[in-house]
Each structure stands twice: as structure tokens, then as C-alpha cells.
Write a protein that binds this ligand. Sequence first.
Ligand code: ADP
Ligand code: LRH
Length: 465
Amino acid sequence: MEKYYLAIDIGASSGRHMLAGMKDGKMQLEEVYRFPNGMDNKNGTLCWDVERLFTEIKNGLKKCKEIGKIPVSMGIDTWGVDYVLLDKDDNILGDTVGYRDSRTEGMDEKVYEVIPQDDLYARTGIQKQIFNTIYQLMAVKESHPEYLEQAETILMIPDYFNFLLTGVKKNEYTEATTGQLISPKTNDWDYELIDMLGYNSGMFLPVSMPGTVVGGFTEEVQKEVGFNCTVVLPATHDTGSAVLAVPTNDDDAVYISSGTWSLMGIERKEADCSMESMKANFTNEGGYDHRFRYLKNIMGLWMIQSVKKEFTEDLSFAQICEMASKETISSIVDCNDDCFLAPKSMIEAVQKFCRDTNQQVPETVGEISSVIYNSLAKCYGDTVEEIEAITGKKYSTIYVVGGGSNAGYLNELTAEYTGRKVSAGPSEATAIGNVIVQMLHDGVFASLPEARTCVKESFDVKIYE
Ligand code: ADP
Ligand code: LRH
């Protein structure tokens, strides 16, 4: 490969440095570094360790230097909704609380005292998730109003890492939309809404689009990692990057970005902020080139990640998947029930749901995992029908991308419960989507359709009928 582009993709369960380049017309991807991620319980509050994550970002950069593969540009993407507030000296105010923390309980009602839920959806198009930035900021306003007063800047998590690398502060558009404070009409912060909520509009920066250059590394970072590099904004929201790498140019494709969450939906040119859409709890997240991702958050493989930690045996995801495929238990849980968001024990939460609904209670590793996989697939089946009811279209193929596309049994169940063909892969879609924007910026691809065709030709996908 002549030129390397680096994607640093940090999901809620792990982060990785992926180098990409073109060889013989195909995109090639190489994993350089991987590190674990997750929220830590800090005196009863679920927090991200952003300091450690930044060290890991630099460790992966050092690895690039070590193997002699210096990228011409790099981009960072992470999960959505979380942020830091910086004071006048650029220090973080308070803890970097993660979205699963319970501080947002009841904050929806506080927000609706200012703006009714219907009006909020009509002006933002973002589905209600109790952890959206809008509710998190209300929690700060209630418990630490001084943080909001002292804050000079709000940076979403990828914005913050870009700042640490370059010294340049930017609010990237796709990640900003996850917070429920952006207007899909102006594609800018909804300053009127922000003022109504009393959130200190001075801390929000002008919105920057994917493809924008942030800057080079600071001298300090250059000294530490041993090289300089241009930091470019990809779709810094991981789901925004993942959907760019869905291996088709069919405008009517249904995708599932399958990782910690399962994000299931379609791409649309316009946001649908209707009441019908709100009732079905679909969201309109902002994407590259102002394409909207019309999708639903489904609890996803977080449920499997959580039970895996509780199992006494140390099993791989592949082993768990295989064990689940041998079971015949038919119990189904509602994956989107709040009881699965951050339970003390996921095993007990699944068992309790089954008990309370008079279904067989799963006991073994295989049974518990089987109930989760079947419940996810059932939810996918319901969701595709909801999408069809809303759009009046028929969808024949479900494109599964992300780490979860490796879960063969889940793919089989997805085909079974949806009654559609399932295309599984690429599993590193988020990193691929991240580099696609860097490559578009560098002129490697002339358009997104050209890039998607290249993804289709470069990476293996598996078909389940
Ligand atoms: P995130 O980016 O949200 O951290 P990933 O896209 O990396 O998540 O997906 C991780 C998930 O993919 C794991 O939690 C696991 O459930 C699933 N997974 C990965 N590899 C396999 C495998 N070989 N078999 C079954 N499931 C897998
Ligand atoms: C997936 C994801 C999803 C958000 C959630 C917070 O990683 O970004 O799109 O809703 O994390």
C-alpha cells in the first residue's frame, strides 16, 4: 500500500487502531492495536476513563510508528451522546459520566416542563433515549448548576480526543445530533431550544461537517508518538461511520449496525419528525453529507457482553454463540425494556423477565444466551415491519455490519425472524466508514457510492437465506 489512513474506532466495549489503504483497486485493512473499553463504577457513578483512553490512543499511534506505517491522516469515532464540559483552563468539570448512569432518571419530566415531548421530537427528530445529552445536561443543571455556569466549551467524546491531539476544538455534526439539541432543518445547534432549557449556549461551538480538517498533532503529542499527522473529522459518531460502510448502493437497504447496540434502520434524504415516527420511537441521526439515519436503538449485544462477564467459565463470544445454537428454549424477553439498560446482574434481569411473564426461566449458559439471541432477532423482525409500515416500502435484504456480524447463530435467527435474506459483514464497518471519509477528503474516491462499491468488492460478506 502506498498511503495509509488510520481509523481509531472506540466502541463502548473496545477500541482499535485500523490502518487502511488501497491495493489493486481494493481496500485493505490492518488492525494495529486494540484495547478494552467500558464504564467504571466510580463511587457509585458509571464513568468513562477518558485519561486512560487517551493514553491508549497514543499507544496505538506509537505502534504505527514502531511498524513504520505512518498514516497521511487519521480520524476518531466513538459512541454517541457523552461529552465533557471544559472550564476556562480546559479542565474537565466533574466526572465524565457514562450514558448508562442513573443520574438521568426523571430528567425527561424536567425537560418536558420546558418543552413538551411532542414538540421536542418535532424540532429535533431524535428518539427519546433517557441518556441523550439533553437529559444528561438537565441532570447536571439539577445537581451541579455551577458546572454549566463555569463551562466554556462542551465537547462530545471524539471532539475531546481531537482537542487533546491537536489543541483545536470543534463540534462535529454527526456526533452532535445524537444529543437531541440539533435541528434537522438547519443542521445546526437549536439555540432557541438550548436557551429555553437554560444550558449556557456560549459553550456550543459552530458545527463542523465530516471531511473537515481539525489540524496536526500538538508538539507534545508529536514528541510522544514520534510523528505528525493530519487529524480529519470522519462521521465521529460510530454508527454514522458504520452505515457508510454498508456494502450496497441500494437506497432501500435495511441495515443493522451490530455491536454493543443494534442500530436498525435505513438511510433517508429528509428527517421524518412526524408523530407517527415519534410513537414508533425512530430517530433521525445526522450523517455524512446530511444523509439521515432513520433507525431504532435495540439493546443489542450489550446483553451478551454482560452475561459473559457473569458466567463462571471464561468463554469466547464464538463459544457462547455456538452453545446458544444448541438450545431449544422458546422464552423471549423485550430487549428494549429499561430493566436491561444497566442491571446489577443481566442474568438475573433476563431470568426475572421470563419468570414475570410466565415463560421458562433459562438456567444454563446456553439457555440464557439463546433467550437473548432469539429476543434480539425477534425485535429485528418487529422493527423491519415497523419500517415497512412507516415507509410503505418492502425490503428484501438486511445488511448486518459490525462485530455482531460475526455471530453466525444470530444471523441465522435474524433471517428466520425477519423472513429476509441476511448479508453479514464487514465486521469492521465502523473503521471502514471512518477511513472512507478520509479517503473521500483525499480524493481516493469521487463519491460515496464509489466507496461503497469498493467496500462490497474488498470485504467478504456471508449470506444467510
Ligand atoms: P462496539 O464497537 O460497540 O464495542 P463491536 O462492533 O466491536 O462493538 O462488536 C462487539 C460484539 O460483537 C461483541 O460483544 C460480541 O457479542 C460480538 N462478536 C464479535 N465476535 C464474535 C464472534 N466470533 N462470535 C459471536 N459474536 C461475536
Ligand atoms: C453505538 C452508539 C449508538 C448510541 C449509543 C450511545 O455505539 O453510538 O448509536 O445510541 O452508542
